[in-house]
Design a protein around this ligand. Structure first.
Ligand code: XMP
Length: 320
């Protein structure tokens, strides 16, 4: 059972002191590694690890081919300004090979998890001789995995998996008692720019969580292009999270006077406190129309755009 620290209970300065002490004590003179994705949780963990370990921490950005547009460079330069060197590792081929032909959501998640922890990370950890992996698991990730709703990408012990045995390294999870709002407070206090700590959540399986059916480079590219447009239009709505999903079904459309049996993008925009429950944001219809027009005009092959009006539950925030 994990002891939750609620927002009301959270003493952020004390939390940072306690967690950096714990990380230092666990790692000792050794080396720790962490994977930075540029999401809120991994960004905060990177700064905690950096404060605790300085040069004993190696931070890598795994380019899995599933990230948002321009993400690797953006994250690398934002962290460079904070004095943290981020190594970008190109593992696109391995991830797409692992995802080839898979359509079942849980199998996709498993393929990504195995490729990430066993193949790519396993190799980096072996080469670096690090014995610790610092990871940004938060309480919401654990809740949903334990409830059997979705196998979150980064949860092991609660599923009876010993990372030491399965992958050969120990996982340290300094944020595990917090939820998103608590993590953001820590992020602000450790000096992250708002651009990082106030970012909307982004899932571990990245854009693969938003592609229904097979995850191919082409299909990820389609959802990536739609994501740029959705994020640009919805960034000032104050919504908890907003995203684009690529559907598997095709529908008849028309382009240049010809039939175009094309793809469908679904937009989701959520109001939520902590992702456990969520309702669709009441977006102005004009804004939705602009989204529809821009996505169909500039994302190749897309002829239909819909807006999700269901709540979580029974929906979930991501598509898979
Ligand atoms: P769901 O889709 O389960 O998402 O309602 C809840 C919140 O967790 C974020 N998130 C993930 N979702 N797999 C997920 O499905 C992951 O590995 C993951 N990591 C984070 C998601 O974006 C939403 O905010």
């Amino acid at each position: 059972m994990i002891n939750e620290i609620t927002l009301e209970q959270q003493n952020t300065v004390e939390f940072i002191r306690a967690k950096t002490d714990e990380i230092r004590a666990a790692v000792g003179e050794g080396i720790a590694i962490n994977a930075l994705s540029g999401g809120v949780d991994s960004s905060v963990v990177t700064m905690l690890g950096h404060l605790a370990l300085g040069k004993q921490l190696r931070t890598v950005f795994i380019e899995n081919g599933l990230m948002r547009e321009g993400e690797a460079n953006r994250v690398r330069s934002l962290f460079q300004e904070l004095g943290v060197t981020v190594e970008v590792i190109d593992a696109r081929r391995e991830f797409f090979a692992a995802l080839k032909g898979i359509t079942d959501p849980e199998e996709k998640r498993e393929a990504i998890t195995q490729t990430f922890y066993k193949e790519v990370f396993g190799r980096i950890v072996r080469e670096s001789q690090a014995r610790f992996l610092l990871q940004g698991t938060i309480l919401t990730d654990i809740d949903e995995t334990v409830a059997g709703i979705k196998r979150q990408h980064n949860v092991f012990e609660q599923l009876g998996i010993d990372p030491q045995k399965a992958f050969g390294y120990k996982i340290l999870e300094p944020l595990i008692q917090l939820r998103k709002e608590g993590v953001r407070k820590v992020g602000a206090a450790v000096g992250l720019p708002a651009e990082l700590f106030a970012r909307i959540p982004f899932p571990g399986p990245a854009l693969a969580a938003r592609v229904i059916g097979e995850v191919t480079p082409e299909r990820v590219d389609t959802v990536r292009k739609a994501t740029v447009i959705v994020e640009r239009h919805l960034q000032h709505t104050g919504a908890f999270q907003y995203l684009a999903i690529l559907h598997l079904d095709r529908v008849t459309g028309m382009r240049d006077g010809k039939r175009d049996f094309g793809q469908q993008i679904e937009i989701r925009c959520w109001d939520s406190k902590d992702a456990r429950q969520a309702t669709p944001t009441a977006l102005p219809f004009d804004l939705l129309r602009q989204l529809g027009d821009e996505i169909t005009a500039s994302v190749p092959g897309v002829v239909s755009v819909t807006y999700n009006i269901a709540s979580k539950p029974p929906s979930t925030i991501e598509a898979i």
